[in-house]
Design a protein around this ligand. Structure first.
Ligand code: HEM
Ligand code: HEM
Length: 270
């Protein structure tokens, strides 16, 4: 693994730890004090995405290895994941659905609320960085599944154990996962934004109650989706190889030829 990725990992662990400690010691609600930080995080993500597209490097094939994850992609995936982990942990501490509630006084609830705010800023930064990069570079379509990716490449391949080898750079199952994440994340952003507006404007309590129920149900669905994403990596060799490639940045030419045939054919034509 190269030095830059080690530095990013150390920074991410530090951000995670500082985020939790910072939330624990504050006795003011960050959302009320500095709501504008949310816009700053999203705009910074967009600017980083624009810069990444501007200085984009070509996929290199060298000594039997193909470059797959540069430092930018590594930051996008793991920064967004880190932010979402903070959102989930803080959500559990606040308490939702049938899960036990850990906070009951206005003072004790400040800690998870601030953690949710910090997690949200990190998610917006990483998420907008990722989305801007993929949209402007035209790669978003590589991640969008079609019906066959879902029916044959995900359900057929993994549940019915049927053969499927029409795999591009992203496996059909990864594309299906991306669509599910996009839908669930989209609902969380809409419902979360209404909940945020409830802090500043007079929104009827019945509207806020319905919004909270949807936010909570979709939180559970998101957590199930994340568990499936992680289980795929643990249980499937194909996905384990991709986990390794997050850190080494490369996959072997023979792996790409066997498991991502369409991607390999495309690279060979370049
Ligand atoms: C995967 C993403 C997310 C998960 C798992 C999650 C989970 C939760 C949970 C479990 C709660 C506590 C129960 C409740 O009040 O509904 C909560 C509260 C909240 N969430 Fe999220 N959330 C996510 C994303 C977001 C986003 C994207 C926003 C904003 C755009 C947001 C804004 C809020 C707000 C404002 C609250 C209420 C805190 C308060 O009363 O001040 N959340 N979230
Ligand atoms: C909430 C957190 C997470 C989200 C939203 C997420 C989302 C995604 C998305 C959209 C992709 C496909 C696009 C891309 O390569 O960037 C992906 C790929 C991947 N993710 Fe995650 N992920 C999360 C957490 C994790 C975790 C915890 C693991 C490790 C166990 C993991 C392992 C992987 C692997 C191995 C790939 C395949 C990379 C490749 O195509 O080479 N992800 N993830």
């Amino acid at each position: 693994m190269n030095r830059n990725k080690w530095i990013v990992i150390i920074i991410l662990v530090a951000v995670f730890t500082i985020g939790i400690i910072f939330s624990a010691y504050l006795n003011t609600l960050l959302l009320s004090k500095i709501p504008w930080l949310l816009a700053v995080s999203a705009i910074t993500g967009i600017l980083l995405g624009i810069l990444k597209v501007r200085f984009k490097s070509k996929t290199a094939v060298e000594n039997g290895k193909i470059s797959r994850h540069g430092i930018g992609a590594f930051i996008q995936h793991w920064l967004t994941a880190l932010g979402i982990f903070l959102l989930i942990i803080s959500g559990f501490i606040i308490g939702f659905l049938f899960f036990p509630h850990f906070v009951d006084t206005p003072k004790s609830v400040l800690f998870p609320l601030n953690m949710h705010f910090i997690g949200l800023n990190i998610t917006l930064l990483g998420g907008f960085y990722f989305l801007t990069d993929y949209t402007l570079s035209g790669r978003l379509s590589m991640l969008m599944p079609n019906i066959k990716d879902i029916s044959h490449g995900t359900i057929g391949k993994y549940l019915l154990k049927k053969k499927w080898n029409k795999e591009g750079k992203y496996l059909s199952s990864q594309k299906s996962a991306f669509l599910a994440y996009a839908i669930l994340g989209g609902v969380q952003i809409i419902t979360g934004s209404i909940k945020i507006m409830g802090h500043f404007f007079n929104i009827p309590s019945s509207t806020l109650a319905i919004t909270t129920s949807i936010h909570d149900i979709f939180s559970l669905l998101f957590i199930i989706m994340l568990a499936i994403h992680i289980l795929f990596v643990i249980l499937s060799r194909e996905h384990r190889i991709l986990l390794k490639s997050w850190f080494t940045g490369k996959v072997s030419e023979s792996y790409a030829k066997e498991k991502h045939k369409d991607w390999y054919d495309e690279l060979s034509k370049q």
